[in-house]
Design a protein around this ligand. Sequence first.
Ligand SMILES: [Zn+2]
Length: 315
Amino acid sequence: MFYKYALNYPVLSITLLLILFTHPISAKSNGDNTHFNQNIDVRFQSNISSDKKEILRQWINHSSDALTLVYGELPVDHFITKIKFSKRDSGVVPWGEVSRNTIPEVTLVVNPKSTLNELKADWTIYHEFSHLLIPYDAADSRWFSEGLASYYQNIIQARVGMFNESKMWQKLYEGFERGRKDTKYNHQKLNYLSDNINQNNSYMRVYWSGALYWLKADIALRKLNTGYSLDKALHELHKCCFDRYLSAGEITKQLDKLTNNNIFTSLFTEFSKSYILPKYMDDLNMLGIEQQAGRVRLGNKAENSHIRRAIFTGK
Ligand SMILES: [Zn+2]
């Protein structure tokens, strides 16, 4: 789920004639992993023409390639992507959601008039696919899973070439700013706010506190210089633990165990109790990111500018 159209969207009651299409994933490894046995079943609503299906397949192929740029393979070997057409004539992808069944399902509602370039430029699919990076159905600590998707949607778009490093950090910075300004419920802890998001609509603080959690964990891991990054930690999690349901707290414990530290659990405790979006400007400055009048500038003299660059490149 995501916040853009999360409210009052009419329930779609379209009868689907599901057409199964097995979509081989091209090997695009950023490490030493090859993956030949992964596939996505793309299921189209029945009234979609074959020409349009071809465009939609190219879009899904491009976006799944972007997802493989986290650690060289998809986080799940097999998942379903359902494509429906929007009844409204606005937006490009007005709705997306992920259902974590035995086989995960990503549903995307697409404006039928959208071109391939417009589809690739829309963030929704990158966000929904990024949800698959943890074995988790977002039933508890939604800030944790929405934060992961909000963080990686920008990273994988940049890594697949949709925008440059500067724009990637601009988007993250703007997200943190939106979260910082969402102070209406600053008498409530993030955990409580997140559990009641459908009543308080505090999407900005919940989503961007979450994204900041993952950025801070990523920086802390990379600073240890033990070869770990968030990309690599998630890959280890993929290898060990995708055969079971894990709560957010259990995921943090597992990530700490896999990376030999307590970064994920200690930040999790800190963020769960936060009353506002935790501070982020110092972290950005240390990465060599300055802002002036809301525009970010990247510099390479800061202590951790190599980390900033590595988050962008995935190396
Ligand atoms: Zn989401």
